[in-house]
Design a protein around this ligand. Sequence first.
Ligand code: NAD
Length: 269
Amino acid sequence: MAYNLLKGKKGIIFGALNSKSLAWKVAEKAYEEGAEFILTNAPVAMRLGEVNELAEKCNAELVPADVSKQEDINHLFDVAVEKFGKIDFILHSIGMSPNVRKGLEYDELNYDFYNKTLDISAISFHKIIKTCKEKDAMNEWGSIVALSYIAAQRIFYKYNDMADAKALLESITRSFGYIYGRDKNVRINTISQSPTMTTAGQGVKGINTLFDFADKISPLGNADADDCADYCISLFSDLTRKVTMQNLYHDGGFSSMGMSQEAIDVFES
Ligand SMILES: NC(=O)c1ccc[n+]([C@@H]2O[C@H](COP(=O)([O-])OP(=O)(O)OC[C@H]3O[C@@H](n4cnc5c(N)ncnc54)[C@H](O)[C@@H]3O)[C@@H](O)[C@H]2O)c1
């Protein structure tokens, strides 16, 4: 059901790769709620073509941008300013670790890969916000959201160097949240999402076990991609204007749990 929560709002959504992507669901719901937006992803991801389908459905312009390239980010914001004047929301839904892809363990990280993980998955958030602020591309009371994971706080062994990237992402959220809030009343938050079966999610070793474990521990069960999209929409809306610099757990209660009856039953069986 749509509530027109984003009527008249304009934005940029990073990271819709295919219909499983968290950003894909956010785009669908943002469109239903009345938003207009640009969809962007790395050129190589766009060449895979699925995102064209989403752009057509949501009447969105596609602008390729590799977030490790400052010139691509500049171009993206120039297009956004030209098209919309100012925007109201940004979704950062980007994660990539060459170390995870190559199966390197945390105590044998390749440092070139490590730099790439941090650059694409976290420092890109700083670059995007900095570019947006320098170009004065966001309306006052705009909202910027990035997607994180609880491995930033606790050990989920196979999450590897992505855990460090998420810790940095959440720290950037606080540091820039202060500055952008103080100067322009722009809010910045991360949503710490349950394990979800997306392309990036399925790249994490042992995701099926992690998914089942989290689902059994959480009183409300795992939050799925549609739930995540709903939460993002609420954060882009005017209903959350004073929420900023937060890492918001969206995990069915997982982050507050120790042991559940369901998990005890599994271990006792
Ligand atoms: N799936 C999960 O279990 C889960 C849980 C918590 C948080 N998250 C986070 O959600 C976000 C979205 O991931 P997802 O699960 O939807 O998977 P996904 O694979 O659909 O999305 C990841 C996106 O990052 C993009 N990307 C990679 N390198 C890029 C670059 N250089 N420039 C621009 N874009 C680039 C990919 O093309 C892809 O669209 C990530 O930050 C991920 O860490 C996922």
